[in-house]
Every structure is written in structure tokens, then in C-alpha cells.
Write a protein that binds this ligand. Structure first.
Ligand SMILES: CC(C)(COP(=O)(O)OP(=O)(O)OC[C@H]1O[C@@H](n2cnc3c(N)ncnc32)[C@H](O)[C@@H]1OP(=O)(O)O)[C@@H](O)C(=O)NCCC(=O)NCCS
Length: 208
């Protein structure tokens, strides 16, 4: 089991990076940073290992499929430059609900679990979402794990998802007081469509 001595915040290449020094020789130096294009293959392998093919059948996937994640809110944890953790946040909305995010998937490599990496990813994702002015975060997951970050099933009573869900696992976290109070109805995806993102990138390239 690892104990951790310090959490440092570094500025590297203009981007804020949270680095966590773990004492254990197994864990090494864990660095948290924004996800990069070069992480995609390792991230896919990690998600396949963590969830198997069932990951594509999840109701949350309906809200993520074909959409880009929220900018600046996809995080990667690395250990000795190897990807060992991932979390993403996605734009969603509901009736009277703007500034909502959906969190997931969150996964840590089996070899690196219980070192605090999942918690580090969660706290950093929540802090960044709050700093960007988002009002609340929703997710589907185990309340016994996510309640330590403030998530509760009681906050999603008035909300629905576009697919089957165990309501005890449909959780919310308010980043602003009472942010989920009046929000109701079906959650829908509002992130940039991936084909639009490609067209936008092409326009930016042509304009450059
Ligand atoms: C859930 C997960 C991300 C946690 O990552 P991690 O780096 O091990 O998390 P942390 O080190 O911050 O926390 C570990 C603690 O959470 C507990 N925990 C992990 N999964 C849990 C769960 N589903 N329910 C309750 N507690 C859980 C561990 O037992 C451990 O408890 P301890 O602190 O008393 O020893 C990781 O176990 C994982 O990737 N699991 C497979 C994918 C998954 O289930 N993702 C979540 C989707 S709902």
C-alpha cells in the first residue's frame, strides 16, 4: 500500500499540471495532465481492460457517442510516462439546466488502483469544472465510491437519462448552491458533434 507525501502543482509548457509524489516504488511519480491526442490508443486499451465490450452499451455512452468531450476537461494520469488513469467530462443539458456536465468514464489501471489516482482525477476534474463556471456534474456510478466527492443520488430525482439506468447509480454534484434544484426532464447531449469539430478544425487550418 502506498502513502503519499505531497501534491504539487507545476507549470509546465504553460499548462497547469498536478503532480503527486507517491512513496511506493510500485506507483512511482504520478502526473496528472490534460489528455493529448497521443493518449488515445493507451486510453482505449485501459477502458477495454476496465469495462470490456460492455462499455459501449452503457446509457451514458448515448450521451457521449459522436460528441467531443468538454474542452480542457479530459484528464490523464501517467506513471513513468505510461497512461494509468483517465477521466472525461461532457456537455449535457436538461429543462432549466444549463452548464451541466456528465462525468465518465473514470478508470485507473488495475496495477495502479488504491494509490489515490482515481481520487486525484476526480478532485482535479471537479475543481476545473467549477473554475470554468459549470453548475453541476452528473454521472452513473457506484454511490459508495462517488459520495466521497459529494455526489448523491438524491440530487437526480427529477432527471431522466435516455436509456435504462439503476436510479441508485444516477448521481449528481452541485458546483453552485441549489444548481440542480429546478433542473428536470431528460438529459440530452450538447457537446460539439465530432464531424462539426473536424469541419471547424479544417476552417481554422484554411484560415491560418
Ligand atoms: C473506481 C476506480 C476508478 C478507483 O480508482 P482508484 O485509483 O483505485 O481510486 P482511489 O485510490 O482514489 O480510491 C480507492 C478506494 O475506493 C474504493 N473503491 C473503488 N471502487 C469502489 C466502488 N465501486 N465502490 C466503493 N468503493 C470503491 C477502494 O476500495 C478504495 O478504498 P480504500 O481507500 O478504503 O482502500 C478504479 O477502481 C477503476 O478503474 N475501476 C474499474 C472501472 C470503474 O469501475 N470505474 C468507475 C465507473 S463507475
Amino acid at each position: 500500500m502506498t502513502s503519499m507525501t505531497s501534491v504539487r502543482r507545476l507549470l509546465r509548457g504553460g499548462k497547469e499540471i498536478a503532480a503527486l509524489q507517491a512513496l511506493s516504488g510500485d506507483a512511482g511519480l504520478i502526473v496528472l495532465r490534460e489528455e493529448r491526442a497521443g493518449d488515445i490508443a493507451a486510453r482505449e486499451a485501459l477502458l477495454n481492460e476496465a469495462f470490456g465490450a460492455a462499455r459501449f452499451a452503457k446509457t451514458s455512452e448515448i450521451l457521449r457517442s459522436g460528441r467531443a468531450p468538454a474542452r480542457g476537461l479530459s484528464l490523464t494520469a501517467t506513471c513513468n510516462n505510461q497512461l494509468v488513469g483517465t477521466v472525461r467530462l461532457w456537455h449535457v443539458a436538461a429543462e432549466r439546466g444549463r452548464g451541466l456536465l456528465l462525468l465518465g468514464p473514470l478508470a485507473v489501471a488495475d496495477s495502479h488502483r488504491t494509490f489515490g489516482i482515481g481520487g486525484m482525477l476526480m478532485r482535479e476534474a471537479i475543481a476545473r469544472a467549477k473554475a470554468r463556471g459549470h453548475k453541476a456534474i452528473l454521472l452513473v456510478g457506484d454511490e459508495p465510491y462517488y459520495q466521497r466527492f459529494g455526489f448523491a443520488a438524491a440530487l437526480t430525482n427529477t432527471l431522466d437519462l435516455p436509456g435504462p439506468v439503476d436510479r441508485a447509480r444516477f448521481l449528481g454534484l452541485e458546483l453552485e448552491d441549489s444548481a440542480l434544484c429546478d433542473v428536470r426532464g431528460m438529459i440530452r447531449p450538447t457537446g460539439v458533434l465530432l464531424n462539426q469539430r473536424v469541419r471547424q478544425d479544417e476552417r481554422e487550418l484554411l484560415a491560418a
